[in-house]
Design a protein around this ligand. Sequence first.
Ligand SMILES: O=C(CO)[C@H](O)[C@H](O)COP(=O)(O)O
Length: 146
Amino acid sequence: MGSPFLLQPSRSLTEEAMAAAGQSQDDLKRIAALCAVELVRSGMVLGLGTGSTAAHALDRIGDLLRGGDLRDIVGIPTSEWAAGIPLTDLAAHPVVALSIDGADEVDPALNLVKGRGGSLLREKMVEGASRRFVVIVDDSKLVPRL
Ligand SMILES: O=C(CO)[C@H](O)[C@H](O)COP(=O)(O)O
């Protein structure tokens, strides 16, 4: 994996603007998750992250598979939630094309902490084997320092 860079799906919203736009924190998690799912292609081996933000991405991938818009996807889970995505493991697929996961805090240099969901070891194994690792967070996870 290379250096981290920031992909922003939408402008940063204050709590006030979010309320005015009718967007909850969970809506923002889903928007970030859907942005990451745009990177998924048929045939990929995916790392499936843990947590409420990652779950939005997995739900969308599951829907796209069921609708036939994605095919031949297999996922390596880091939690029990896999949204119906066919599963595999690192023994069968030691190289993962893309992992998608959330984080707990992200600083301005894109250093982050994660693992509050209790899956840190599995996440490190799967995401460490990934060619590309996309971290999806909403504004509430951005902090001035870790
Ligand atoms: O690292 C994680 C689990 O180990 C989660 O991705 C992190 O805790 C964020 O969770 P959520 O999306 O529910 O806020």
